[in-house]
Design a protein around this ligand. Structure first.
Ligand SMILES: [Zn+2]
Length: 239
């Protein structure tokens, strides 16, 4: 990360069992932050309660609630438990006034509906590793959300994602790696790591016809605007 001038990283929680490890990383490194949440792809595990999430989020290095959301691609059948878990996270985010990290796959209508019903605009957040269409991106932006691009935006066939990256306001863009998955070109298929976010930023800058520096400056500033509990230190350039 240092070599590539990636100044900060947000380590995202996917289960409560793993949360202590995520938090330990954030405690050990000044420029690492953590989130707390249970990912929608984990079925048949203990459901978090609002109270538990609020309690775990009460730490200065925990800057977001998630990742949470809906995934109708990986899981099928009766997914009411996913929707209920999503609602619990939104309530915890509102209670703690910390933004949401939302995962959404093949479920645009339900995701936007639950966000609206639960008042997600009160805290905002990020639609992470975004792969849906421009219409959904704009609907989320209207609720105070940012759109985050992962290595997918560098894939040749990811035309819809490239279209979104080209057309949404710069003030709503974030970049991420989603490590260890989805490594950007030229590392596609390898284990991903935060340092590679530079390649995601380069692609988004190229799509928009702006310099890498301008894009990096914007995404860094967007990061600290959204994750307001994260403290900027000197020399951060990217992400
Ligand atoms: Zn995700």
């Amino acid at each position: 990360m240092l070599d590539e001038k990636v100044g900060h990283a947000l380590c995202v929680s996917v289960t409560l069992d793993k949360f202590p490890e995520v938090l330990a990383l954030a405690e050990q490194h000044e420029n690492f932050y953590a989130s707390v949440g249970v990912h929608p792809d984990y079925e048949k595990i203990t459901e978090p309660t609002v109270e538990e999430l609020v309690r775990l989020a009460d730490h200065q290095k925990v800057v977001a609630i998630g990742e949470t959301g809906l995934d109708y691609f990986r899981l099928t059948g009766d997914l009411e438990w996913q929707r209920e878990r999503f609602r619990i996270h939104i309530r915890a985010a509102i209670a703690t006034q910390k933004p949401l990290i939302i995962h959404t796959r093949n479920a645009p209508e339900d995701t936007l509906r639950i966000m609206a019903e639960e008042g997600a605009h009160k805290v905002g957040g990020v639609m992470h590793c975004f792969t849906e269409n421009l219409e959904m991106a704009l609907a989320a932006i209207n609720m105070g959300f940012y759109i985050s691009f992962s290595g997918i935006v560098t894939f040749k066939n990811a035309l819809q994602v490239k279209e979104v990256a080209k057309n949404i306001p710069l003030d709503n863009i974030l970049v991420e790696t989603d490590s260890p998955y989805l490594a950007p070109v030229p590392f596609r298929g390898k284990t991903n790591q935060p340092a590679y976010v530079k390649h995601v930023a380069q692609e988004v800058a190229a799509l928009r016809g702006i310099t890498f520096e301008a894009l990096a400056e914007a995404t860094t500033s967007n990061f600290f605007k959204l994750f307001k509990h994260a403290k900027a230190t000197q020399n951060e350039i990217c992400n």
